[in-house]
Design a protein around this ligand. Structure first.
Ligand code: HEC
Ligand code: HEC
Length: 309
């Protein structure tokens, strides 16, 4: 009996040790950031490619640069409230160091060493370059501070335990920056970088498993809207086969589809950002999307079908 209890305790302790070890939040060490003069103009381009204002702008007002947060984001795990990332000294990120910011964006770890929830799409942003992250931080510092604290997230147990996010990261984040494919053109690589990293297009355009991780084999093949009703379309060649690269480019600029529809729902917010990108960046994204092989998405439920009409 005693031996069994002892054995049980050892297994439990080993399990706790492994859990502890697997869930240690990763950081970018300040010393790894060599002296650098940030490029604020590129920071603005990174801000637009990353769509930060889609979530962080104060809702129900027109100013995209008022980053006081407050948007409620429903999800299968509870409701997140997007925080204030304006340079406000108390409620925003005005006191953050550059390493704090680079760590948040590329590792999903807070300045006090806790995991952020992946509702902040850092599993995509991790692919961004450190230079882009530093330029973005410099740009954000030029914006006006917005006062006001946002409410806490409303998440039931166990989803409210940040340490558990370490397991999610271990399963769904490889911690690797984007690596260029030398067999492809520079513009294809630029497009792949923007679509997979900063643009975080796969975050909405892919089905997710029960743990909320993207189903890798069906990346970009569409799925149920993670924020609730409706369906996010497939953007592989399965559905976009009839679209030319120019059609995709024009859609990212204007929100107009080749058959005269206008992007609605959450895509309208995305277009507000992609419309600000350089024509070259939009063309690169289109080139990359045209190269995605056709992938069948998950079957739609009849309810979602009805909604889409
Ligand atoms: C899809 C919505 C969404 C987008 C897009 C988004 N964020 Fe966030 N962000 C969040 C949520 C939700 C949190 C809160 C995460 C948490 O509390 O764990 C967050 C947290 C943060 C934090 C931490 C703030 C704090 O007070 O600790 C920073 C910094 C941040 N985001 C910066 C950015 C930047 C920069 C971009 C654009 C590159 C961006 N976010 C894009 C949803 C988003
Ligand atoms: C916040 C979620 C979200 C993100 C992020 C997102 N999309 Fe979308 N996208 C949607 C939704 C929802 C629709 C459907 C819009 C509609 O029904 O009008 C859509 C539609 C589209 C369409 C039109 C497809 C069709 O068949 O009509 C394309 C192309 C597209 N998105 C490309 C992208 C690209 C490229 C990115 C990354 C820059 C991206 N999306 C990021 C939600 C998103």
């Amino acid at each position: 009996m005693l031996r069994r209890i002892l054995l049980g305790l050892i297994v439990a302790a080993a399990g706790a040790g492994i859990f502890w070890w697997l869930t240690i939040p990763a950081v970018v060490a300040p010393a790894s950031l060599a002296a650098y003069t940030p490029n604020v103009a590129n920071g603005l381009a990174v801000f637009n490619a990353g769509g930060c204002s889609s979530c962080h702008a104060v809702p129900s007002q027109p100013d995209r640069l008022k980053l006081g947060g407050g948007l409620a984001m429903p999800s299968p795990f509870g409701t997140f409230t997007v925080p204030n990332i304006s340079p406000d000294l108390t409620e925003g990120i005005g006191r953050w160091s550059e390493a704090d910011f680079v760590t948040a964006l590329l590792k999903g770890t807070s300045p006090d060493g806790r995991h952020y929830f992946p509702a902040f799409p850092y599993a995509s942003y991790q692919q961004a370059s450190v230079a882009d992250a530093r330029d973005l931080f410099a740009y954000l510092k030029t914006l006006a501070p917005v006062a006001g604290k946002t409410p806490d997230h409303d998440l039931p147990f166990p989803f409210n335990i940040r340490r558990n996010v370490g397991i999610w990261k271990w399963l769904f984040m490889d911690g690797k920056p984007f690596t260029a494919d030398a067999s492809r053109s520079p513009s294809w690589n630029r497009g792949a970088y923007l679509v997979n990293g900063l643009g975080h297009c796969a975050e909405c355009h892919s089905p997710r498993n029960v743990l909320g991780g993207i189903v890798a084999t069906q990346r970009f093949a569409g799925g149920p809207n993670p924020e609730g009703e409706g369906w996010v379309p497939n953007i592989t060649q399965k559905r976009l086969g009839d679209w030319s690269a120019k059609d995709i480019e024009y859609f990212l600029e204007s929100g107009q589809t080749p058959d005269g529809d206008t992007a609605g729902g959450s895509m309208a917010r995305v277009i507000r950002n992609t419309s600000q990108l350089s024509p070259g960046d939009r063309a690169a994204m289109a080139e990359y999307l045209k190269s995605l092989p056709p992938v069948e998405g998950p079957p739609r439920s009849s309810k979602a079908k009805q909604k889409e009409g």
